[in-house]
Design a protein around this ligand. Structure first.
Ligand code: SPD
Length: 357
């Protein structure tokens, strides 16, 4: 009898230890969230039909949330209390997140479709060897304008925006790096400049643009331009193309003094609860046909070389949205300027927005 009791006690102890080991392994690897995948992405930045398709094919339920700036995304992740399995920051924020140990290294064995990404977009300085991130979309910052509303006006340079004839005609994207960067670029400085004197000059130059500014907005810029409610906008290239699909009069130009070349990559933040499903979803998006469908929906430029074969050649051959490496080499990528400088940029931008009011 004693033997039997001892046998039951030992078996219970061993099973307990095994169950505990399995559950902590699951937790540390982030596999504990059953069948849900939580995605944190920019607004208007995926074809939701693909989200539904993934859910149907895998049985995984997707919870989808959006943000409108890298800074807003970062604040939410840093605050904690979230369980994002996937996020889509831009390059300088990826650099910051990896330095702050907020990202989970990717398992490339689970991403066989990574081979379809053009080498030009792999192994970039903000994430050597793509340890933490996979290219999603890329683009530029430029000027979109409507020549039918502004006959005889040419837009080649950032300076053209300061034309007194453009009173209350311009929409600016609501982004600190973009707008402070534009001010710096228009003065011939780098958009990664941190010299306080140059930043003050850029701020004063931006103040002079105030009479021409109609609004500083996020994705709403598209509707305002499509409906001819504004004639000019400073925005990201994909939004410009989306506007042009609805209103063929409109054009897009990358200013001659230079501008920003940016990369939005997919990462798995440390908040992840379903790392396995996150890899599955990333690999799904990297499939060339899926990537082509997604690109034809969101209008941004895809880094997926194989996907280009399934897309409308007119879109792929348009140098405004697929600029050559010779042109992109002349553009600047945002650098991670460090916490202090990033807050200087954010504060200046906030002050500029207050000044306008
Ligand atoms: N509709 C929003 C698309 C987001 C584009 N991301 C641009 C990031 C530039 N740093």
């Amino acid at each position: 009898m004693k033997k039997l009791i001892r046998f039951f006690l030992v078996s219970a102890l061993v099973s307990g230890i095994i169950l505990y080991a399995i559950s902590s392994l699951n937790q540390s690897e982030g596999y504990s969230s059953g069948n849900t995948l939580t995605i944190f992405n920019w607004g208007d930045y995926i074809d939701m039909d693909l989200v539904k398709q993934f859910e149907k094919e895998t049985g995984i339920k997707i919870v989808y949330e959006t943000f409108d700036s890298n800074e807003a995304m970062m604040t939410k992740i840093e605050q904690g209390g979230t369980s994002y399995d996937i996020a889509v920051p831009s390059e300088y924020m990826i650099d910051k997140m990896r330095q702050e140990d907020l990202l989970i290294p990717l398992n490339h064995n689970k991403l066989p479709n990574l081979k379809y990404i053009d080498d030009r977009f792999m192994d970039l300085p903000f994430d050597p060897n793509n340890k933490y991130s996979v290219p999603y979309f890329w683009g530029t910052v430029g000027i979109t304008y409507n020549p039918t509303l502004l006959p005889n006006k040419e837009f080649k340079s950032w300076h053209d925006l300061w034309d007194p004839d453009l009173k209350n005609e311009i929409i600016l994207i609501d982004g600190a790096r973009e707008i402070i960067g534009m001010g710096l670029n228009s003065l011939g400085y780098s958009l990664n400049d941190t010299d306080p004197k140059h930043l003050a000059e850029a701020y004063n130059k931006l103040k002079k643009l105030t009479p021409n500014i109609k609004a500083i907005v996020g994705d709403e810029n598209k509707l305002l331009m499509q409906n001819n409610e504004a004639a000019v906008a400073v925005l990201w290239s994909g939004d410009a193309l989306d506007i042009m699909w609805e209103n063929e009069d409109i054009d897009y130009v990358i200013p001659e003094e230079g501008s920003n070349l940016w990369f939005d990559n997919i990462v798995i933040p440390k908040t992840a609860k379903n790392v396995e499903a996150a890899h599955q979803f990333i690999n799904f998006l990297l499939d060339p046909k899926i990537a082509a469908q997604n690109t034809e929906y969101v209008a941004y430029s895809t880094p997926n070389k194989e996907a280009l074969k399934y897309m409308d050649p007119e879109m792929v051959q348009d140098e405004r949205f697929y600029p050559s490496p010779e042109l992109t080499d002349k553009l600047e990528v945002y650098e991670n300027l460090g916490k202090k400088n990033l807050s200087i940029y954010n504060d200046l931008f906030l002050e500029f927005k207050m000044y306008r009011k």
